[in-house]
Design a protein. Structure first.
Length: 531
């Protein structure tokens, strides 16, 4: 079977940025920035992106392109699915931590660590590929599409002028039946969920070039234009500067060690790392594409979208006299109220633009995560694309319904809640929160950790660099000082080989620094590390 490829570099960039720019940028980034010290947090976040996000993204693209396989095949390609000393060492480490936790009577976490260790010991790298390539994307896809459905509901309500709230309290009355799966909202929710999955399925049916790439080429410029419109509208309001200041002025007092870890965790999620997507999208790259530059471009677009979202939201919020520390409810409750209050009677337009942007952001991300599953079907089960799309969509549909029926309470799944409470002392507030928490706190950091370690020590940085040089040329081996100074073509510097190059820095990060930081995020996000 002929492997699919991107038709152009720009198509690849837009599709990958489409994956990266999602609910995480438009909804989550603004509010965690608001809560964690504004500009200071943005700075920390950028540093985290540089130290974890960038190296990991480069590794994933390279793994994908070198093997032309999705995650499952990529991990298999260099280990034949067997254990290696490194995987045995890591499983022993997990078992040890598990035992320690058990002896401190943290039953739930202890058992989970033990189980992770044993599973890794038995299946070796095969299980890493399966988690990164199937389990994480499958779980995330299921609840992400439910939220995608909400954005659709909100968009239609906005355009029909039904979001004309003057007060977030009123907005809450609209939001509650949705997030609690109240019976009267169920039909609407189910329809929205089905439409969302349907749209995604259509795009995927047409394949990499004609489906994913083409939809990204239309949707991504639209998304940036909508954000731009909202930024301009927001900044033009009297009193807007207060919002800008809140969003961007460094408040060192609000910056705690937890903020740093929040930033590290968010870096994973927002760049769609460790969920198989970047390996899959990397496997469609052509050899003449420059992996390092592409990763930089995707990160740039993703960060730009996040900053634009913040600049669209906060000025309007402050100008209309709202509080900004609303956390989760920010996008769905406070923003509609603030936009409705903008004088001129065009509230429906601003809200419509905002929720359309949110919907587009969610759709292109959902497409990418589903493509990971489709790619798995095509590569591992050797089935055709259409069949793979139908199967992945059906699986997502089934799992998604679980989220849909138990969104903000356990009414429909009481037994499971009891088990969780017995094991962990408490339970997240619903099945959806459980899946969200489990994937972002356990699967993503662990998946990322194993991926960099795999590239650094099993595939080896030497071979990874060989892949990166294809399409990037000799720049990666030029002395960074000379490169920064722009003197690489100067005859006096013709011999530019040195030890301080991108290649050596990359190796250093992938082998040591990125894994160490990722391990830190993991221990923090599962609650073992406390400050
Ligand atoms: N990067 C996405 C975001 O910021 C995360 C994501 C991508 C989630 C794809 C699910 C699927 O929202």
């Amino acid at each position: 079977m002929k492997k699919e490829q991107w038709s152009s570099n720009i198509g690849f960039l837009l599709a990958t940025a489409g994956s990266a720019v999602g609910l995480g940028n438009v909804w989550k980034f603004p509010y965690i920035t608001g809560q964690n010290g504004g500009g200071a947090f943005v700075l920390v976040y950028l540093i985290c992106i540089a130290m974890i996000g960038f190296p990991l993204m480069v590794c994933e693209f390279a793994l994908g392109r070198a093997t032309r396989q999705g995650p499952v095949g990529a991990f298999r390609a260099f280990t034949r699915d067997r254990n290696t000393p490194l995987s045995v060492f890591l499983s022993c480490l997990l078992i040890l931590i598990g035992g320690l936790l058990l002896s401190f009577q943290y039953w739930g976490y202890g058992v989970m660590m033990l189980a992770a260790g044993i599973i890794l010991c038995v299946w070796g790298w095969k299980i890493v590929g399966a988690v990164v390539g199937v389990v994480s994307p499958g779980l995330i896809a299921s609840y992400y599409c439910v939220i995608g459905g909400w954005t659709l509901i909100y968009f239609f309500k906005a355009v029909m002028g039904e979001l004309n709230f003057q007060d977030p309290k009123v907005a809450e009355e609209l939001m509650r039946p949705i997030v609690t799966s109240a019976p009267e909202m169920m039909p609407t929710q189910i329809i929205a969920f089905l439409v969302f999955i349907g749209l995604m399925t259509i795009a995927l049916f047409f394949g990499v070039k004609n489906g994913i790439e083409r939809s990204a080429k239309i949707l991504m410029p639209m998304l940036f234009l909508l954000l731009l419109l909202l930024v301009v509208r927001g900044l033009a309001l009297p009193g807007a500067m207060k919002g800008v200041r809140f969003f961007l002025q460094p408040e060192l007092g609000n910056l705690h060690i937890e903020s740093v870890l929040t930033a590290l965790g968010h870096a994973f999620f927002t760049l769609s790392l460790a969920m198989g997507i970047s390996i899959t999208y990397g496997s469609y790259m052509r050899k003449d594409q420059n992996i390092v530059k592409s990763a930089l471009a995707v990160i740039g677009l993703d960060t730009m979208a996040a900053m634009m979202a913040g600049l669209a939201i906060f000025p309007a919020l402050f100008a209309m006299g709202f509080e900004s520390d609303q956390g989760v409810g920010l996008a769905f409750m406070v923003v509609p109220a603030a936009f409705s209050k903008i004088p001129g009677g065009l509230g429906w337009l601003w809200n419509g633009a905002f929720f359309l942007a949110l919907f587009i952001a969610a759709l292109t991300s959902a497409i990418s995560i589903m493509e990971t599953l489709v790619n798995y079907g095509i590569n591992e089960w050797k089935i055709g694309r259409r069949k793979a799309v139908v199967l992945s969509a059906s699986a997502t549909l089934l799992l998604g319904f679980l989220s849909l029926f138990s969104i903000s309470n356990w009414n429909h799944l009481r037994k499971l809640e009891d088990v969780l409470i017995r094991c962990f002392g408490d339970a997240d507030s619903s099945w959806m929160d459980l899946i969200d928490g489990f994937s972002s706190n356990w699967l993503l950091p662990l998946g990322g950790l194993f991926t960099v370690l795999f590239v650094g020590w099993i595939w080896t940085t030497r071979r990874a660099m060989r892949e990166l040089r294809v399409g990037a040329g000799s720049a990666l081996d030029t002395n960074l000082w000379i490169l920064l100074a722009g003197l690489e073509r100067d005859p006096l510097y013709l011999d530019t080989r040195s030890r301080f190059t991108f290649a050596s820095l990359f190796g250093l990060f992938v082998r040591w620094i990125t894994p160490a930081l990722t391990a830190l995020v993991f221990l923090y996000s599962v609650g073992i590390l406390r400050f």
